[in-house]
Design a protein around this ligand. Sequence first.
Ligand code: GLN
Ligand code: ZN
Length: 757
Amino acid sequence: MKTSVIGYPRIGDLRELKFASEKYFRSEITREELEEQAKKIRLHNLNTQKNSGIDLIPSNDFSYYDGVLDNAFLFNAVPERYTALGLSPLDTYFAAARGYQGEKGDVKALAMKKWYNTNYHYMVPEIDDATEIRLVGSKPFELFCEALESGIVTRPVITGAYTFLSLARYKGSKKAADLAEQTAAAYSALLEKFSELGAEWVQFDEPSLVKDMTADDIQLFVSLYKKILPGKKNVKVLVQTYFGDVRDCYREICSLDFDGIGLDFIEGKKTLALIKENGFPKDKVLFAGIVNGKNIWRNNYATTLPLIHELKKYVSDIVLSTSCSLLHVPCTLRNETKLPDDIKKHFAYAEEKLSELSEIRKTAESPLPLETPEYRANVKLHEEVRSGTNDEVRKKVAALTEKDFVRLPEFAERERIQKKRFGLPLFPTTTIGSFPQTSDVKSARKAFRSGELTADEYESFIKGKIADCVALQEKIGLDVLVHGEFERNDMVEYFGECLEGYIFTEKAWVQSYGTRCVKPPVVWGDISRAKPMTVKWAVYAQSLTDKPMKGMLTGPVTILNWSFPREDISLKESALQIALAIREEVLDLEANGIRVIQVDEAALREKLPLRRSDWREDYLDWAIPAFRYVHSGVKPETQIHTHMCYSEFADIIKDIDNMDADVITFEASRSDLTILDVLKENNFRTEVGPGVYDIHSPRIPSKDEIKAAINKMIGRIPAEKLWINPDCGLKTRGNEETVPSLTNLVKAAAEARNENS
Ligand code: GLN
Ligand code: ZN
């Protein structure tokens, strides 16, 4: 048996790529310096994999921003508004990724979307009727040759043709099928080129195959590969799937001329059954995803080895691999210097997963697998009781009944009460919570953590920031204020640090999008709230203003979705435990005079199962109640807001309304405003604040631009239900963009108010 991984994290062990890229964006380093840093990371990754005994090592898993965006550039699917700027190739690429505002023009970034059921985001390729898919790029070839020079024949990784076409947004009349012919030709050309260069394998990532597929989808997939695969000459092609099983097209995959099939045995509920029921083609290699690419726990050999044993009955040629790219886990435990060893020994980040693969291979190939020292050590590790059990929390969760999930009185009555209480103007303005985390905030936090600042000094620093932030918002003229979230490094990590049962890491960074990384905390034991987490800050902020100050919390589903979850209890159980803790905080805020409380569920949709048939039972049936439980105990006059990143909830619109919040804000500025029609069609009752400008880009929206967005919303949303706000928190922005942007927002809202009242 051989070993392989689907992809390796590209940010660098210490986020070197992030820092270099950001310096490049600020013109502090040259392109050459950025490229040099990138190359260093790539070579380090290759050597790490090689030294860990991985046989088949990927290349082109590196990206400056996003792999799907790379694919759009590789295959000429780049909107003209970016190429027309006349920038260098790298800057054109970054313009599409981040937007561009400068002497050469003013363009927004491409849309960004969540990558399947992960917290990674990809850039959505745009295809219009003029798009001509052709092989025009050279990055995969260059990276293959670069690795070759260092002595490693890699397996280039390319987003597969079906997935690429299924992820694209079609701006003209042409649809995916209309581009099949040219796309297949382009991919075929790519294979030919790799064959010439001496690649042994090429990997086409096709995660879209694990989603529900219609007959037309299957037809498109088959027709694409019937045309692509003849181009392969001497190169072998691996079709790599992940994030689920391929129940809709397993037979088609088997009958196509692939040389390798990559299947996910971690999230693929039916993967093993598919093989048992249909067999596995004799002439193909199975790349078996047995090491979890999404979680940080050590692999349990006592379940993995029997699985391999079972597979061997059906498959003659097995490569042991990860369940998905290791992009979704942190790089290495080596830099985790502060965690105690008896915690760390339960963890495996990307680098440690490489050794697991080697160990599993060794164990599986041994004549007496259960006798190997590796196996024994692993069994012993998993037998240890590691979780801090909290019986009281478990009892409370077990005792929850239907009425605990219902807030009374019902929505319309509360809306009346709250309109009266707050007396807000038409189209009230607000922000999503965080204000720019400028370098002074970051250095103060760092100084506090290292002991350079005392707790008192840090507290008065944060209070100063809050006071400035409140004054700024009053000056700008916003209606419902926020404290700015300066005390938080991250909307989940902050709560993880405040909750019992969580463990937080030092260096476990995972790429979220572009140069943005997150450091998910780890659910280690049962969760409970030891002490108030946000009350102090909210109360202080409220004391500075008569305007309503939003208490700002993260919801249980998002906290869980952005953590590394336990594998020994269900997600439902964990979510309800967290809900218990957040509910206590909500009630505490209310008791301390906070009148508006926002419970962010930015990641609610994130873990929605990829297949519709799994939605209710596996997810919504506990996720929505967990949120409802958080606020079901507040008074009618307390206004509950929630916020979601991304507006893709058309298909779960009823569930969103059923969260029973009073107001929801969400991203709507980058995607078209179709969500507004959906809200209207469904008589959405929650008040809404669809974001009027994109905070992910450094562009400053003009007042007229914002006004135009508001005008589109009026007419689709009853005026008395419409809020005006940016589309997400402002923490990644600078003050120089934030102040003029919010000023324009308030002006635009005032204009709209005048015209409509
Ligand atoms: N309240 C959070 C903030 O403003 C929400 C962030 C998010 O939606 N990702 O930062
Ligand atoms: Zn958001």
